[in-house]
Design a binder for this molecule. Structure first.
Ligand code: UDP
Length: 324
């Protein structure tokens, strides 16, 4: 991994986000020169505070829905990781236009720019398990085309992520560029925004504050949670592989939990929690579990951190956020 990334100029869009900031850390560890870009629509400055004095890291505050040349100036990236986007359902529904643009139009802008300045560059797009919608196939392999409502409350995100995949496909097939798509399943860990609205931050913060955890629906819907360190290892192993241009890979942890079981796992660490039931939001997928056999086969990667271990670290982080 290190050999490919050493002394490369790597642009990370969404660098101040949960995943973006962890990616920056690991790329810097691998010897890359990293340019992080974020407009703080959902990213947080504190996620990058520890990199302020790192000479291999440059931060640019910019909206990636604008021309890349306007904010990257004369930099010529060897690699771009396009991770800018609100990712939590309540947040992307607050910013639907920015969300559909950053995943579709900004993908086009970044790839058009790369084609001009460095057509050999490698481009990795943050796709999503939401591309599978409310899946009729379980678990979900990359070959499944999904069951997505094109005009529902999630479509500003999931249809735009699908469009982003289309853009990557066109630049690869028709223009010969090295684009790769990682479909990211539910991920958790330190640096998640405690107010982000997703299930793990909600439940942990509620439990730590002694409030009731809010179960949407009857809590029998499932998710499969990957600890951020495992996810980032999977993504970077995919990125540095010499032969995977044009590929799409699921990266996630296949261990599946109902929402009620999720609350119970948190309870094991923080002590007894009470539940309150609220209505299920529209188009909420009933089941979600990655089929990671392709990633195992091509990368030799699989997640290592159990849900209990990952939760322990995540809860420690959220304890530091209790006053926010
Ligand atoms: N959920 C819940 N209570 C919450 C937040 C989420 O029961 O306070 C449920 C939500 O309805 C969904 C699952 O947890 O079924 C995961 O939601 P999340 O927003 O984390 O991400 P999604 O996987 O739906 O994009």
């Amino acid at each position: 991994m290190h050999a490919f990334l050493h002394e490369k100029t790597v642009v990370v869009t969404g660098a101040a986000g949960f995943l973006g900031s962890h990616l920056c850390d690991r790329l810097l560890d691998a010897g890359s020169t990293v340019i992080g870009v974020d407009n703080f629509i959902t990213g947080r400055r504190e996620n990058l505070a520890h990199l302020e004095k790192n000479e291999a890291f440059t931060f640019i505050e910019a909206d990636v829905n604008s021309e890349p040349q306007s904010y990257l100036k004369d930099s010529i990236p060897d690699v771009v990781l396009h991770f800018a986007s609100p990712a939590s359902p309540p947040r992307y529904q607050e910013h639907p236009t920015e969300t559909y643009l950053v995943n579709s139009y900004a993908t086009h802008l970044l790839l058009s720019f790369l084609k001009k300045v460095n057509p050999q560059a490698r481009f990795l797009f943050a796709g999503t398990s939401e591309a599978y919608g409310d899946p009729a196939v379980h678990p979900q392999p990359e070959t499944y085309w999904g069951n997505v409502n094109p005009n529902g409350i999630r479509s500003c995100y999931d249809e735009a992520k699908r469009m982003g995949e289309t853009v990557c496909g066109v630049f690869h097939r028709d223009m010969g560029m090295d684009t790769r798509i990682v479909r990211i399943f539910n991920t958790y860990g330190p640096r998640m925004n405690p107010a982000d609205g997703r299930v793990i931050p909600n439940f942990v913060m509620q439990a730590l504050r002694g409030e009731a955890v809010t179960i949407y629906g009857d809590g029998t819907q499932t998710r499969s949670y990957c600890f951020v360190d495992d996810l980032v290892s999977g993504i970077l192993t995919f990125l540095v592989h010499p032969d995977l241009a044009g590929e799409t890979l699921n990266i996630g942890n296949p261990e599946e939990f109902t929402i009620l079981e999720t609350a119970r796992e948190i309870e094991k660490i923080v002590g007894e929690v009470i539940h309150t039931f609220e209505s299920l939001p529209g188009d909420d997928p009933m089941r979600r579990q990655p089929d990671i056999s392709k990633a195992k086969r091509l990368l030799g990667w699989e997640p290592k951190v159990t849900f209990g271990e990952g939760l322990q670290q995540t809860i420690e982080y959220f304890r530091t956020q209790l006053d926010s």
